[in-house]
Ligand binder design. Sequence first.
Ligand SMILES: NC(=O)c1ccc[n+]([C@@H]2O[C@H](COP(=O)([O-])OP(=O)(O)OC[C@H]3O[C@@H](n4cnc5c(N)ncnc54)[C@H](OP(=O)(O)O)[C@@H]3O)[C@@H](O)[C@H]2O)c1
Length: 249
Amino acid sequence: MTALPATSRRAALVTGASRGIGRAIALRLAADGFDVAIGYAGNAARAEETVAAARAAGANAIAVQGDVAQAPDVARLFDAAQQAFGRLDVVVNSAGIMTLKPVAPASVDAFDQTIATNLRGAFLVLGEAAARLGQGGRIIALSTSVIARAFPGYGPYIAAKAGVEGLVRVLANELRGRGITVNAVAPGPVATDLFFEGKSEEQVAQLAKLAPLERLGTPDDIAAAVAFLAGPDGAWVNAQVLRANGGYA
Ligand SMILES: NC(=O)c1ccc[n+]([C@@H]2O[C@H](COP(=O)([O-])OP(=O)(O)OC[C@H]3O[C@@H](n4cnc5c(N)ncnc54)[C@H](OP(=O)(O)O)[C@@H]3O)[C@@H](O)[C@H]2O)c1
């Protein structure tokens, strides 16, 4: 096998990058000079569309299907990225789901599903990132600003994301001496499928007004915060949760 050509491009892996915030992150990193591996669960057409957009921005890009809650799938995603690009510098875990259910016995299946995707998934992705990144590596997990609001119905989602914020701080300590930062970005409401699903126009308008900046976030707003943590200006930020939310909480 011929060796990969030397390149000054860096490489990033973004889970949940077929749609929404993950897609915007992958495309922003592509524009910033990263090759990108696009993780997704089932939406192959949207993932391929993100790949095409990343290539149009000048990046090498691949799409890899897998469930972040399954260890072999996550390992395969990382293998594919390292094989395709010959290196891995930045890992962003954006894959996630949100199901609104009260804290009640009847909600336990939804709770288990949310914990599996959002917390077990983060544990597996952060763990693989820790095993594979070298000096200068950056690990970024998506949390949520709704933790501070504690709205009724958000129990499973908030429980999972509070766990993610805990993992981020622990992993930053576990990586002492390796020159790798670990941070979370915690958006407020952002205009994506995950946010709009099941909400009336009135509820959307109400939530959009909560932040003093009085609008929903865009996926690009969040990608900008991630790009800061992934880029040279974010080098000294470690073990932090960056609440990118227009002042919502
Ligand atoms: N939107 C908001 O208001 C908001 C606010 C705060 C935090 N967040 C967080 O930001 C992240 C991105 O959310 P979003 O709004 O961009 O969501 P989204 O538009 O619904 O996109 C979700 C992405 O995650 C992937 N995914 C879902 N389950 C998966 C699994 N088990 N394994 C692998 N990939 C999976 C989906 O893949 P497929 O396309 O293949 O289904 C898709 O790419 C999430 O962690 C979310 O909790 C969002």
